[in-house]
Design a binder for this molecule. Sequence first.
Ligand SMILES: [Zn+2]
Length: 274
Amino acid sequence: MRKLDRLPLSKDAQSRLESRTKQIREAASDHEDDEQRFLVQKKEAQRLWAQENTVAFLEIEMVLKRMAPDEGRCMYCQYNEGSAIDHFWPLAVFPVRAYDWHNYLWSCSVCNSNYKGDRFPRDRNGYPLLLDPTVDEPRDHLYPAPSTGQVRPRTCKGAKSIRTLGLNRGMLCKDRKAAWDTAQKVVELYARYCAEGNGDGAGACKSDLQRHPLSSGLRDLLGILKTPGAKHFIGPRCLAALRDHPEIEQWVQPAGQEAASQPTLAVDARNATR
Ligand SMILES: [Zn+2]
């Protein structure tokens, strides 16, 4: 998971959301009992959401995809293609936030349906114990374990997020491990091409490292590079290449500015000589 910037919505879309929220609140305005009011709001929010098919939502999905890693991947796991809006504060538990732009994330069906669902751990003060990548800096709560492809928690919020979202499920760990290993080899190859004066080869390496999934592997590499234990996780050739080529650090781009197409590995890093 990585930090993402929330982009603004048009006034029309924002006003559509506000009118829906008003509708949900007004549906329960006659009820003074808290539980009854909640049940009516929930029913109304579920009814509206089930039939939601407006132009405003085409725009909302488009903006969410632009905010997402690689223009459309899941904001939680970062590897699967996103397919639907996730209510960070679940609709069934917090119906008045069903139409809150700041409550929308773009999620894959596995993270959304198989893991998070209506689960929403909170601390004793009611604050979420779940990472929102548009609010939290995930690196403050999670760190990569390159040898296994797992992510490890730094905080209680990180630990709850790993558990609730299934961030260490098998396929994700395999993908992360592959991205980590291949990114190292492509970094080494970049340094070799530079030394040989092969500009095209070096350019192809740069392009590959800026695309999914190697961009995630590179991000992890750079995160570990400045830690005291870097030499235990990063191979010596890759370590030397990263230190000799500080320009590589500039290649990590914010979401929304990555190459949108699939990687076209101009070099087969698996065959690269070490
Ligand atoms: Zn996902």
